[in-house]
Design a protein around this ligand. Sequence first.
Ligand code: IFM
Length: 473
Amino acid sequence: MSAQPGSVRFPNGFLWGTKTAAYQVEGSVDVDGRGPSIWDTFSHHAGATRNGDTGDVACDHYRRMDEDLDLLAALGAPAYCFSVAWPRVQPSGSGALNQQGLDFYRRLVDGLLRRSIVPVVTLYHWDLPQALEDAGGWVSRDTVGRFSEYTRIVAGTLGDSVRMWITLNEPWCSAWLGYGTGEHAPGVRDHGKAAAATHHLLLAHGEAVNVLRATIPNASVGIGLNLQPVRPATDHDDDRAACHRVDGNLNRLFLDPIFTGRYPADMLEHYAGLQPGFDVVAEGDLEVIRTPIDFLGVNFYFPITVCAPARRAEARAAGYWIPETERRGRIGDLDAVQVLRAEVSRTQMGWEIEPAALTEILVRVRDQYASLPLYVSENGAAFDDYIGPDGEVHDADRIAYLDGHLRAVLDALDAGVDMRGYFVWSILDNFEWGHGYSKRFGLTWVDYPTGRRLPKSSFAWYRQTVRANGLER
Ligand code: IFM
């Protein structure tokens, strides 16, 4: 694929895009009939988010949609992935639909198509209607049926114009940060509930695939998983066992059922006896979960390294850094400690920067699971951006991050992986969940008090990359 001297090129038809999620950008949470979501409730709890930030206004995208569409057109990336807010479409998560909510997404899709931008729709990016949470949320099997009903409504409305669908974005986060560690909405801390939520989310995904196929004959349907290589700090058996557990929870708990129709035996054993837990699995569920998909979306940010808790001292001696506040968020109750490599640069999130880890996970999916089309459905970084004296944001570190990860995609292509596209997270700075507005991932700076958009240097860089369909060598 590397044809022209001085540059490396992506295959023809490689789909370039950017991505957002409803609660992170829309704002206007109580207008036009929208109901409350778990993130409205959670973000208003004292201490739940940095500075008490909420998505009440966010980027005000609901009201500035036309301006944002023009921004996307100026970027020139041929695709844009957004999520539909379930509580806008069905304010209480079931029954009557809210036409005004649907109209917003209709206008968004029409606006994209008018600008020749391919719309990619995520059905669920974490904003469960609060009424459904009150009835048990993802711990309850009923939510699966509600999600099918919601999918039918959205597919029935947008299916004539949208071909590419992502059922769920990062169900690991919904289940394990939402119901396990409580860092995300709905803020529950119960690993059994997280296990039950995992299963119901996956079942909802499988059922939604069937609904989408039945409603939209030419639909291309996938799911977006947050995947990350997990490595042991040392070769010691206990570190390797910790690594296997963390990999089981983060990666295999989702990849195995989707591609093989089985939960990993070691994970079932690890969570055995919890009620609720994986005891919610009913006969036939796994067949639904393994319903074939057309593509897998891989959301990639960073790899992680772990050691066994009793081996912290050895990990330190081997040169790893263990922060005062240990990073347990990604690990939950897995009897493991995340360690950091002192020599590896990190983003503002504290996430290690290692593009080769993206190639590694893409190759692993192909080798261990399926050689289906893959998209990098999210990749990007938060850095300490600021507006310089010249009035511009010179985010060279973000450009370097994106450049490095795109080269990692090229390496995956060279290794024969069926890579079809790449979506930057995100077109706009936005509400970064528990971190509020303190972390900026955008190609575009958002001045929150005024809503003003200011494209950063990375915006121009990405526009050029998309236009060239490649990178300078
Ligand atoms: O902002 C999030 C997004 O909602 C899901 N994937 C990771 C991003 C950065 O943390």
